[in-house]
Design a binder for this molecule. Structure first.
Ligand SMILES: Cc1cc2nc3c(=O)[nH]c(=O)nc-3n(C[C@H](O)[C@H](O)[C@H](O)COP(=O)(O)O)c2cc1C
Length: 145
């Protein structure tokens, strides 16, 4: 059975992106869903000095292993100031130092929702460039507001 990682780029307790990604993934049949919250993989703010001194946080090694062992990812990204959230960028930065590309070219369903009218589309659009940079195969993008 295919293993699918399901999470949001949020560390908010009541994340609407977490709710969206959990709801969306509930329509998948015959797959093993691994649903988690990014706040359970907390890591200090990335710095090259910290990496040199202390190495990689255990949480980031664990998340990198989960990405390596999955068959695909469903991810919903909140938008902060037209960009990605600090917690998501920090996660990407750490994991990209462990083993690039961050999402290991796994198939990715990218979603976003926001309380605003544009549904996080500015961030999603810039993520298309970001995806290429990271080597993601971004197959499908869905946005809602
Ligand atoms: C610092 C900050 C900046 C935000 N900037 C945007 C924005 O640029 N565009 C937008 O649509 N929503 C923006 N929002 C609203 C978020 O989309 C909203 O808080 C959403 O609930 C965040 O997703 P989450 O609940 O999954 O964490 C911002 C929220 C915060 C806290």
């Amino acid at each position: 059975m295919k293993k699918i990682l399901v999470f949001a780029g949020s560390n908010s307790e009541n994340s609407i992106n977490q709710k969206l990604v959990v709801y969306s993934s509930s329509f998948l049949k015959n797959v093993e869903l691994n649903i988690f919250e990014l706040k359970d993989f907390s890591a200090p703010l990335f710095s090259v000095d910290l990496e040199k001194k202390e190495g990689f946080p255990k949480s980031m090694i664990a998340l990198n292993n989960l990405i390596k062992s999955c068959d695909g990812v469903i991810l919903s990204l909140p938008e902060y100031n037209s960009s990605m959230t600090p917690v998501f960028k920090n996660t990407v930065d750490w994991i990209s130092r462990i083993e690039r590309p961050t999402f290991k070219d796994k198939p990715l369903l990218l979603l976003s929702t926001s309380a605003g009218k544009r549904g996080g589309q500015t961030n999603l659009k810039s993520c298309c460039f970001f995806n290429a940079f990271l080597g993601w195969k971004s197959n499908c993008i869905i946005q809602s507001s």
